[in-house]
Design a protein around this ligand. Structure first.
Ligand code: 3PG
Length: 369
């Protein structure tokens, strides 16, 4: 038996189950970029759509659920208020996307079922409103999990990108329903575990983005399997000192020789310098495996895209085995027509990194046979 977590997993697969006449709670990744009610990139949604189709084809009724972003003020379900403030986190555009994708040529009804706000299609699917509107979701509250379980006979998780979160719709609900892994989730675990088992060396991990609390502990863990850890984006600036201390400690303790490079930022702190992008590319050039998650700068601003674009363009010409993951990084590459240069495109950001770092993902542990 391998010592690598992902490889030891034996997840319960939906493909052998009978769904005829059953109600299924399908947890999926709905965390996609949306601007003024318009979905900017539906790659993450298309990833789980085959699981929805599979369930419907096999006679199931589906309650689709997930989260969007990090709504700040969350209310208890007993006192839920839909405020103006959380309107931009509403799943309405996504429910509309599902309706269109299923070619249901009719309007959605906004309903309330078992105290949950939801969007009802004219077919066999209802979509629950953003679960993170309720504070109990992130607390993995037992009573809330039970309420979610009341919707269905079977639970299916096809939300790989959220499976590193011990939340009610990922973990708690599995205590109350027979639980299975969806098609995309199984694929992610299979491919990423294979990479972990037999990585072609040298390997570099390029990290960017803004979710510091998720990524900082991972930077430390990355040293255990990567030869180079290259850090850019918001995490580079905010954690320079912490990163250096962690790196020195790990290198001393584990006698590892991995190198940590932290990008220099432009004077407005919104991008990495051209020189840093070139340094990263020189290292990537030497590597057989390259893993990338997180933009190098604030790519939502036209003027702060150059570092990420230089890196992405340079990487597209490099021949090593390339893996990329994370919502913002994927949207950026897709927008610039560069996604095709990657050998594996993971739907997960933090989840992909945690799996590659050999961490146990709470959402996967509960799906094991
Ligand atoms: C992601 O985008 O990585 C997932 O949706 C998880 O989001 P979170 O970091 O807000 O939990």
């Amino acid at each position: 038996m391998s010592g690598i977590y992902g490889l030891n997993m034996n997840l319960k697969n939906i493909e052998r189950e009978d769904f005829k006449g059953k109600k299924v709670f399908l947890r999926v990744d709905l965390d996609v970029p949306i601007k003024s009610g318009k979905i900017l990139d539906d790659l993450r949604l298309k990833a789980w759509f085959p699981t929805l189709e599979f369930l419907l084809k096999n006679g199931a009724e589906v309650v689709l659920a997930g989260h969007l972003g990090r709504p700040k003020k969350q209310f208890p379900i007993s006192n839920f208020q839909f405020s103006k403030e959380n309107e931009k986190f509403s799943l309405k555009p996504i429910a509309q996307w599902v309706n269109n994708q299923l070619e249901l040529h009719s309007d959605l009804d906004e309903v309330e079922v078992n105290r949950f706000k939801a969007f009802k299609t004219k077919g066999s699917v209802i979509i629950l409103e953003n679960l993170r509107f309720y504070k109990e979701e992130e607390e993995d509250d037992e009573e809330f999990s039970k309420q979610l379980a009341l919707f269905a006979d079977i639970y299916v998780n096809d939300a790989f990108a959220s499976s590193h979160r011990a939340h009610a719709s990922i973990v708690g609900i599995t205590k109350f329903l027979p639980s299975f892994a969806g098609i995309r989730l199984l694929e992610e675990v299979k491919v990423l575990s294979q990479i972990l088992e037999n990585p072609k060396k040298p390997m570099c991990v390029i990290l960017g983005g803004a979710k510091i609390e998720t990524k900082l502990p991972l930077v430390e863990k990355m040293h255990q399997f990567a030869d180079y850890v290259l850090v850019g984006g918001e995490i580079a600036e905010n954690t320079k000192v912490l990163l250096k201390v962690a790196h020195e400690k790990i290198s001393a303790e584990q006698h590892t020789k991995s190198a940590l490079l932290i990008a220099d930022l432009t004077s407005n702190q919104k991008d990495i310098t051209q020189k840093s992008a070139q340094n990263f590319l020189q290292i990537a050039q030497k590597c057989e495996t390259i893993v990338w998650n997180g933009p190098m700068g604030m790519v939502e601003e036209e003027k702060s895209k150059s570092g990420t674009l230089d890196l992405a363009t340079g990487l597209s010409k490099i021949l090593g085995y390339k893996i990329v993951g994370g919502g913002d990084t994927l949207s950026f590459l897709k927008e610039n027509n560069l996604l095709k240069h990657y050998d594996f495109v993971s739907i997960g950001g933090g989840a992909m990194l945690e799996l590659l770092a050999g961490e146990e993902l709470p959402g996967l542990v509960v799906l094991e046979k």
